[in-house]
Design a binder for this molecule. Structure first.
Ligand code: FMN
Length: 393
């Protein structure tokens, strides 16, 4: 078959892995785990279903990697913090591998934006003693009220003041990431993504407005990246050279949707330079529009700036809804792989639909299904491809 989107649909080497195409599923929190953080059978079916749709790579939802230091950020969030979690993830990794895709588990620490219902009365932790102006996300639907037995107005859950981590604690938190990564590999994952984006702990170090430190972990782009680099090094030491390690970055966060780096692309260049030679195999740029940079003096996509400055391959994400957009991101210097979030949630067969080259009516993502979506949710393509084959690389 002549491929409609030759770059998107060609295999690619990403760190130690070879992916069958350049389509990754972006990490999407679904809050489908058991209350103790163990992944469920439903999660295996959910991810397996999307792998069968033709993905090259699954990047899982944010997963707490340790029980100490209040890493957990959401109710019903999955963890990879103990042996029970490993057993749960094994079924997810098996389901994805059985359908020809590869999988990395996103390791996430909520920092100052952890839901206080997960903090056991303790303050959250952060780069500095600050308080997020936001409130916990994905909790405003009637559907979630129903599954959490909440009647009447939704209680708005704001974040308490966070305390600054000491240098000794930073090393302990980074060790927690390394242990989580080791368990992810034990569960069968092909690597991990370290979450440095979207307002969570590592973002709070990288973002000048939340990192007010005056020691070696703050005060300059290089210092702001020291903690994410430390995490990468410890993770690499724990899982070796044969597993993929990605660092996700963004300007904005769940409590700061319009956030921009001071200095715009100049700050991005410094971030990229600080990650050159780090333990990460690739970066992952997260945004709701992959083209934007929020810098009034430049129209270069931030992903392209970071990719060039770091010399690392880039997974680029945000508003990539169809084949032409994906192909453009891959051929303009912004991306080596694209990550697609809401469209792949809503259309599990997105890769096959795109590969067919046929026009398709992409229905919008429905917010009502953010939390614990019904398992059969997914809009099916009308092309009658019963069980499409996708060659392995
Ligand atoms: C419901 C929902 C849950 C999300 N959960 C995560 C997450 O766990 N980890 C993460 O890094 N990003 C998460 N994101 C951000 C997405 O990965 C992605 O950046 C965003 O949806 C934009 O990409 P898209 O236009 O392809 O959907 C989430 C987004 C949504 C809408």
């Amino acid at each position: 078959m002549a491929e409609a989107f030759p770059t998107l649909l060609s295999p690619v080497k990403l760190g130690p892995l070879t992916l069958r195409n350049r389509i990754a599923m972006a990490p999407l929190t679904r809050q489908m785990a058991h209350a103790d953080g163990t992944p469920t059978h439903e999660m295996a079916a959910y991810y397996g279903r999307r792998a069968r749709g033709g993905l090259g790579l699954v990047i899982t939802e944010g997963t707490y990697e340790q029980d100490t230091f209040q890493s957990r950020a959401y109710l019903s969030q999955p963890g990879i913090a103990n042996a029970t979690h490993v057993e749960g993830w094994k079924q997810v990794c098996d389901a994805v591998h059985a359908r020809g895709a590869q999988i990395i588990i996103q390791l996430m620490h909520g920092g100052r934006v952890s839901d206080p219902r997960c903090l056991n009365g303790q303050p959250g932790v952060s780069a500095s003693a600050t308080q997020s102006p936001g409130w916990t996300l994905y909790t405003d639907t009637d559907y979630e009220k129903q599954i959490r037995n909440i009647a009447g107005p939704w209680p708005k859950v704001t974040f308490p003041p966070a305390r600054a981590l000491t240098v000794a604690e930073l090393h302990a938190v980074a060790d927690g990431f390394a242990e989580g990564a080791r368990r992810a590999v034990e569960a069968g994952a092909d690597g991990v993504e370290v979450h440095g984006a979207n307002g969570y702990l590592l973002w709070q170090f990288i973002t000048p407005k939340t990192n007010l430190r005056t020691d070696e972990f703050g005060g300059s782009p290089e210092n702001n990246l020291r903690f994410p680099r430390l995490v990468g090094e410890k993770v690499r030491a724990a899982i070796g050279p044969d597993k993929l390690i990605v660092l996700r970055l963004s300007q904005d966060g769940v409590d700061d949707f319009v956030g921009a780096w001071p200095g715009g692309v100049d700050y991005a260049r410094a971030v990229g330079a600080a990650l050159k030679g780090s333990a990460y195999d690739a970066l992952h740029w997260a945004s709701f529009n992959w083209k934007d940079n929020r810098d009034p003096n430049s129209d270069r996509p931030m992903a392209a700036v970071l990719r060039e400055a770091s010399g690392l391959p880039m997974i680029c994400n945000g508003g990539i809804a169809d084949g032409p957009a994906a192909e453009e991101a891959l051929t303009c210097g912004a991306a080596d792989v694209v990550a697609v979030g809401r469209p792949i949630f809503a259309h599990p067969d997105w890769p096959y639909i795109v590969r067919s080259g046929q026009p398709y009516d992409w229905l919008p993502f429905d917010r009502k299904y953010v939390i614990q979506p019904p398992l059969d949710f997914g809009l099916h393509y009308p092309m009658g491809l019963e069980d499409p084959e996708w060659p392995l690389p």
